[in-house]
Design a protein around this ligand. Structure first.
Ligand SMILES: *[C@@H]1O[C@H](CO)[C@@H](O)[C@H](O)[C@H]1NC(C)=O
Ligand SMILES: *[C@@H]1O[C@H](CO)[C@@H](O)[C@H](O)[C@H]1NC(C)=O
Length: 231
């Protein structure tokens, strides 16, 4: 169920997100505890941190941590965590909403990939990208990005007939359809890249260089990355 922000949030939705947050808290606290147990005292941080949740995700400690839980408790937590994932995902998808020009529809982030967007002089350029192991559904070697601006009447000038869908990422053992820079590296898929500001800045700078090389220069208004679901 998608989450709704702020004033639009109904009580039910709010309760639901509270429940999801509670689960996150449970996970965080659990992993704060197990982190405390096997770390030297000087390494203990004063409050639960995202890193403890990330350790939970690695599942190495979770095997032992959750054995005491009943199957109902584990299912309830799993259910909350998956609702939380949907909630975070729908918020994550909106990270390009503010990109100029506002009249342009948002480019859809392909599943198993993402879309990197840059606004220059009121023209929006978006570059679809695929995660490692996925390839574009059709050849776009020479077509790195699509444009939406007054020139395109605020529509995507995509070759793909899907309107705001600029590309699809399809599972493939060899990736040949796109330019080299249109693929995320193996160990850094779209979300991992987005979560790391060093990596995402480098990605945005590379795209800005690619735009420059193709004659698109000007005042940088915004750059953003949204990631599609991973399946
Ligand atoms: C796990 O279960 C055992 C036996 O049911 C109990 O003695 C122990 O306190 C439990 N551990 C936790 C962390 O709840
Ligand atoms: C970001 O990625 C770089 C390159 O892979 C890595 O060296 C760095 O530790 C990462 N930073 C964080 C906060 O994960």
């Amino acid at each position: 169920m998608p989450c709704v922000s702020g004033a639009h949030q109904s009580n039910g939705k709010r309760m639901e997100s509270t429940r999801a947050l509670l689960s996150l808290w449970v996970l965080t606290v659990l992993f704060f505890d197990s982190a405390q147990a096997d770390e030297a005292p000087e390494n203990i941080s004063p409050k639960p941190e995202l890193s403890h949740l990330q350790r939970a995700v690695l599942c190495s400690h979770s095997n032992t941590t959750f054995t005491n839980w009943s199957s109902e408790q584990r299912a309830a937590l799993l259910s909350s965590v998956s609702r939380l994932a949907q909630c975070l995902h729908s918020q994550q998808l909106r990270d390009c909403d503010e990109v100029e020009p506002q009249k342009c529809p948002a480019a859809d982030a392909p599943e198993n990939g993402g879309v990197l967007c840059v606004a220059l002089n009121n023209r929006r350029f978006c570059k679809p990208m695929c995660n490692h192991g996925f390839d574009f559904g059709f050849l776009r070697q020479s077509r790195l990005f699509d444009e939406c601006s007054d020139k395109t009447e605020y529509r995507w000038d995509s070759q793909y007939v899907g309107g705001n869908t600029l590309a699809l990422c399809i599972r493939a053992s060899v990736t040949v359809s796109g330019a080299k820079s249109a693929y995320f590296p193996k160990e850094q898929d779209c979300l991992q890249t987005k979560a790391n500001s060093t990596l995402s800045s480098a990605l945005k700078e590379q795209f800005i260089r690619e735009l420059e090389e193709r004659g698109h220069q000007g005042e940088l208004q915004r750059a953003c990355l949204v990631c599609g679901l991973t399946r």
